[in-house]
Design a protein around this ligand. Structure first.
Ligand SMILES: Cc1cc2nc3c(=O)[nH]c(=O)nc-3n(C[C@H](O)[C@H](O)[C@H](O)COP(=O)(O)OP(=O)(O)OC[C@H]3O[C@@H](n4cnc5c(N)ncnc54)[C@H](O)[C@@H]3O)c2cc1C
Length: 313
């Protein structure tokens, strides 16, 4: 299908874009990877398309304890960024590297994905786990909104009409933290059937390796806590999921994916912590095993039911 008739303007500056977006039924066009499809299906029929793709809103920088990512930064930029290789932020680059195909990663932008708020998209989970905020700008004002308040539902966000998402701000996690993203992808579309992101920050991560011995009691507590909490949550999740969906699917998607993300993030922690990571993993598995283990029940003794004869004799 082809889109309905529309007018098109290319904005030369953020101010020009905001002035154009004041018109009712105007929509911003960034990488076009989602908007063009929904326009072709006529699920969106903007009267005016404001092309923002050439605005200077792309870039990745770290300053003052924050990571700042411009709205027009593409998936390819995020996936290739040296800044995002550090374990605490690796979930962002890992996630971006797995999105779509080469063309989607070269054209699709982080701002477009967040504004579109497709429930199947990958990056929202990562930004929620990292406690990120988005910068929103209108012709009249500018505001920061935390991602947990930005997403209101499928394809619905806190973006007001006429507002542009100009960037994403992530508070830098404590030194030594680890983050990861895991997903199960649909084999045909590549979109995630389930995705989970995890950020692991432990008191251990705050300590320099030389201080580890002094942190022994805390380390043990963290390892036990990690194991028990994930075991309990796993059991609760399975119990809840069993009421609604097939257990094997629910186990894989609802429990498996978050656990893979959490364990991957845990493994991203400093190498000096390897023994603790292995201990944490073992306690986690033991916790899950213990919660799921059901002793085989002996057959119930004959409760003395009287056999009711068939009257054959
Ligand atoms: C084949 C294919 C595979 C894909 N696979 C995946 C995948 O595996 N995982 C995944 O997460 N995504 C996937 N996507 C979606 C892709 O990531 C898109 O890049 C993203 O959803 C939208 O980004 P965009 O820059 O192209 O936005 P556009 O398509 O230009 O815009 C999308 C929407 O956001 C609005 N918008 C855009 N930028 C702004 C802004 N700065 N401020 C306010 N509103 C704005 C537009 O008005 C529009 O409503 C896939 C897309 C395709 C076509």
């Amino acid at each position: 299908m082809i889109p309905a008739a529309l007018r098109y303007v290319r904005a030369g500056s953020v101010e020009e874009a905001l002035a154009a977006l004041v018109e009712p039924d105007a929509k911003a066009l960034a990488g076009g990877q989602s908007l063009v499809s929904v326009m072709k299906l006529r699920l969106a029929r903007p009267a005016l398309v404001v092309d923002i793709s050439r605005l200077e809103l792309a870039g990745i920088e770290t300053a003052d304890g924050e990571l700042r990512v411009g709205a027009l930064t593409t998936w390819a930029d995020l996936a290739g960024s040296a800044e995002l290789r550090r374990p605490a932020l690796a979930a962002i680059s890992e996630c971006a590297a797995g999105i779509g195909d080469l063309q989607v990663r070269n054209r699709g932008t982080i701002g477009g994905s967040l504004a579109h708020a497709d429930p199947a998209s990958d990056m929202p989970a990562v930004l929620l786990a990292l406690g990120a905020s988005v910068a929103l700008k209108s012709a009249a004002a500018e505001r920061m909104v935390e991602t947990r308040e930005f997403f209101l539902g499928p394809f619905t966000t806190a973006l007001a009409p006429g507002e542009l998402l100009t960037g994403v701000v992530v508070p830098l996690p404590a030194a030594g933290s680890g983050s990861a993203y895991a997903s199960v992808e649909h084999p045909a579309s590549g979109f995630a059937l389930a995705g989970a992101a995890a950020l692991v920050v432990t008191p251990v991560a705050l300590a320099r390796p030389a201080d580890l011995r002094m942190e022994g009691a805390t380390d043990l507590f963290v390892v036990l806590f990690f194991g028990l909490v994930s075991g309990t949550l796993g059991q609760m999740t399975i119990g809840w999921a069993q009421r609604y969906v097939d257990v094997s699917l629910s186990s894989l998607l609802l429990l498996g994916v978050p656990i893979v993300a959490a364990v991957s993030a845990w493994l991203m922690l400093d190498e000096a912590l390897r023994p603790l990571q292995i201990a944490g993993g073992a306690v986690t598995l033991a916790g899950i095993g213990a919660m799921m283990w059901r002793p085989a029940r002996a057959p119930a003794p004959d409760a003395g039911w009287e056999r009711v004869g068939s009257g054959g004799d």
